[in-house]
Design a binder for this molecule. Sequence first.
Ligand code: UGA
Length: 429
Amino acid sequence: MKLTLIGTGYVGLVTGACFAEIGHRVICVDNDAAKVKVLQAGGIPIYEPGLEELVKKNVAAGRLSFTTSTAEGVEQSDVIFIAVPTPPLPDGSVDLSFIEKVAREIAAAMTGYKIVVDKSTVPVRTGEKVAETIKRYCKARVEFDVVSNPEFLREGFAVEDLLHPDRVVIGVKSQRPVPAMKELYAPLPAPVIVTDISSAELIKHASNSFLALKISYINAISVLCEATGANVEEVANGMGMDDRIGRRFLNASLGFGGSCFPKDLSAFIKIAEQVGCDLGLLKEVQKINAAQMDRFVKKISDTLWVLKDKKIGVLGLAFKQNTDDVRMSPAIDLCHRLQKEGAILRVHDPKAMEKAAAVLSDVTFVPDMNAVAEGCDALVIATEWEEFKQLDLERARKALSHPILFDGRNLFHPAEMERLGFIYKSIGR
Ligand code: UGA
């Protein structure tokens, strides 16, 4: 099939590359000419495992191309995906101006029937607004359908998630676009559910909010574990063996971050308010998440006492493993909090140092994770990179002025760390 993806961010670019991989002809559009130039020259503006190979392979096969022209994309495709950013506004609601602008551009370029699919995460009822806008701005008066087709990929695992989705959700007003949407996803081994547009939009926000709630739930339990001498990991393992609960997203941490959960929670609470519902439960999720970071910072200052002029090594800057994304990263927040107390930071991240340099100043970026502890008073783990588990602990212990390690991601075993001579403080254990 012939598709166009408008927006080449994490979702748009990975979705475009994966659709090309399963045999469709895909045009990716972005209004950022510099970015399109990079993509046309074979460069990838983000770090996402497996993406570069996929893009190269499909560009070479003639199935994937890049342009700045929305009109070109609309003209040459049957299905147009909107995958532009929906950033948060100061009051917690979502800025839908990019979606609205793209809807107008699509409308202006349409000369025949098109399926316009919303992939961006949007508040419920955005589909209705997109349809209204296209109708209003389409001079050619051609028929079209608007579809909500939310994306559930995780950064760092995006290609894998996209090629092996748990489900494909298709929200429609009429049945006309359904066969084409099903054909699009036919090569993927996933159940497809067809709903109305509002339900599809709600499935996305409700899913992300539930996952955030799951993390805050185990984080709340981690506080109880610390107060009673229990071990949150054992509690999570025991809970997770119940199929109805499941073990995933029950990893206690210094809190969740990223460009999705914090923003989607605020947006969901806001949209619920606008229709007269109080999602107080989700406000509690936000509170627990903020408190988790406060507690972690307090743990550090309780142990080190005065932080002014203390040298602290921080491992991890990305908001999670396998990505270079530092948007709303708890690790960056932690660095800022420690700096505010006067601490001097030596930091490392396997992929996110370049992007972190734009938001962190007065830190020493250390290219080798094993050299971070050099001359520090303590070491902190802020991101759950798998490779941090391979840290040379013996070297770190000798390099630290006193062997203190704060683990915000529970990467090591407390008993083993004690055996190695560390004062080891983690979450809920
Ligand atoms: C999240 C969802 O998982 C995706 O399904 C969704 O498509 C995406 O948002 C989106 O809306 O675009 P993502 O933000 O990429 O994906 O990352 P997650 O793997 O969900 O992690 C989010 C945050 O939660 C990270 O800071 C991570 O460290 C933290 N986390 C995750 C925990 O603290 N504990 C856990 O058990 C799991």
